[in-house]
Design a protein around this ligand. Structure first.
Ligand code: 2RA
Length: 349
């Protein structure tokens, strides 16, 4: 029976982790929700209708940090950098949702459906990194193509939902959309969570650009898949765009594969992959869309792939449209599945 500390429990990802733990993902002695003092008074059990053994919400500043078998860090890179190694040194297996440790060689970066072997042994660092949301759905769609025909080159354009900006991002989009609908002539919102107004707009830069012009989200998409897929030479590049959608990231992906393929072969490989729902042109719903991919619990758990095309003049050129719930597939369920794997390996409890 596990004692899990959940840091960032009141945030968008923290709440999804609680829902998954409440559904019985792992045997629990207790979950200790930890958050900043700002969240004092939040009654998570009542708000989320939880029946798991939940300790009272503890302010990060007052938490004693001992006795946790697992620490789930969902409070951003700054807090992960401050707390991660300290918690690992205190004996917890730390599963970190931020970008703080992802590219460190002694920290496995894990998508359980893609590279469970990275968790064959308990990492000496005590840290396991959860990849970025846009990476997780991408590598889950790429892996069957890699097995089928080998990956050579990947170009991706993302369409990322407001929930990637947390509860504040969701609220900002909702409130600004309502204001603009009630007064179409209203002046644009001041830049908020997304650097630019998002309602009825597209923001083609997520995170800060470096000296090459690539933004932080795009750099994550270029580095993380190489590590997860074990393909350090893979050519992969991205443009990341924030779109005024509440939930689910979408990705248009162009893959150059090493061996020629047909669309039917690609569709069959995707359809045979657990955790992927394939949409064919002839289906009643011929392609995935964010509204539907987040509609029901069973849909939220899947990576939805459609618009499979092989270029008529190049049998190495494949296009996919990939949709997934970024808070669920892209964060919480990946993190909780890492804990499940650790339990299976007998490292905990
Ligand atoms: C986003 N990648 O969508 C972030 C969330 N982890 O902005």
């Amino acid at each position: 029976m596990l004692r899990i500390a959940l840091i960032g429990a009141t945030g968008a990802v923290g709440r999804e982790c609680l829902a998954l733990l409440d559904a019985g993902a792992v045997p629990l002695a207790e979950v200790v929700p930890v958050a900043s003092a700002r969240s004092a008074g939040t009654d998570l059990a009542a708000e989320l209708d939880l029946s798991l053994p939940l300790a009272p919400l503890t302010p990060l500043e007052e938490w004693d940090r001992t006795g946790a078998d697992v620490a789930l860090l969902c409070a951003g890179a700054e807090i992960s950098r401050r707390e991660g190694e300290r918690l690992a040194a205190a004996g917890a297996l730390v599963v970190d949702n931020s970008s703080a440790f992802r590219m460190r060689p002694d920290v496995p970066l894990v998508v359980p459906q893609v590279n469970p072997g990275a968790l064959a042994e308990r990492p000496g660092s005590g840290l396991v990194a959860n990849p970025n949301c846009s990476t997780i759905q991408l590598v889950r769609a790429l892996q069957p193509l890699h097995k089928l025909a080998g990956l050579d080159d990947v170009v991706v354009a993302t369409y990322q939902a407001a929930s990637g900006g947390g509860l504040r991002g969701l609220a900002e989009l909702g409130e600004a959309s309502a204001r603009m609908l009630s007064d179409v002539g209203a002046p644009a919102e001041p830049p908020g969570r997304f650097g630019q107004p998002l309602a009825f707009n597209l923001v083609p830069e997520i995170g800060l650009p470096d000296e090459t012009g690539f933004a932080h989200e795009e750099r994550k998409l270029a580095c993380e898949p190489r590590k997860i897929l074990g393909l350090p030479e893979l050519r992969i590049t991205a443009t990341a765009v924030r779109v005024p959608v509440f939930h689910c990231h979408c990705e248009a992906v162009r893959i150059r594969v090493r061996r020629p393929v047909t669309a039917a072969q690609v569709e069959d490989a995707l359809a045979a992959t657990p955790g992927i729902r394939l949409y064919r042109r002839t289906d009643a719903v011929p392609y995935p869309m964010p509204r539907f991919a987040a509609a029901r619990t069973e849909d939220r758990a899947l990576v939805h792939v459609g618009r499979v095309r092989v270029e008529p003049d190049d049998p190495h050129g494949v296009w996919l449209w990939v949709v997934a719930d970024n808070l669920w597939v892209g964060a919480a369920s990946n993190a909780v599945e890492i804990v499940e794997l650790a339990v299976k390996h007998g490292w905990l409890g």
